[in-house]
Design a protein. Structure first.
Length: 79
């Protein structure tokens, strides 16, 4: 409950700070966002690439394990 109240207070402060009749920090906030968005997009892209590589490795490992289990079953049936 305390965290919800704290979150609402933070959102209210941001709204008050950005509005022209409040602190009037709207232009500064936009300036920071313009600089941060490309950097954030780069990090998100890098993270997506790393997750994709891990997913491909996991699929290959699952296929390899499936092939090994099929091969072991075939060898057991021959015996």
């Amino acid at each position: 409950m305390i965290t919800i109240i704290f979150g609402l207070a933070c959102i209210a402060f941001v709204a008050f700070a950005c509005l022209p009749f409040g602190l009037g920090w709207g232009n500064e906030v936009l300036f920071v966002l313009k600089g941060a968005v490309p950097i954030l997009a780069g990090f998100v892209g890098l993270l997506a690439i790393l997750i994709g590589i891990a997913d491909i490795r996991d699929r290959n490992e699952a296929l390899r394990e499936e092939q090994e289990s099929l091969n072991s079953e075939k060898q057991e049936n021959k015996s």
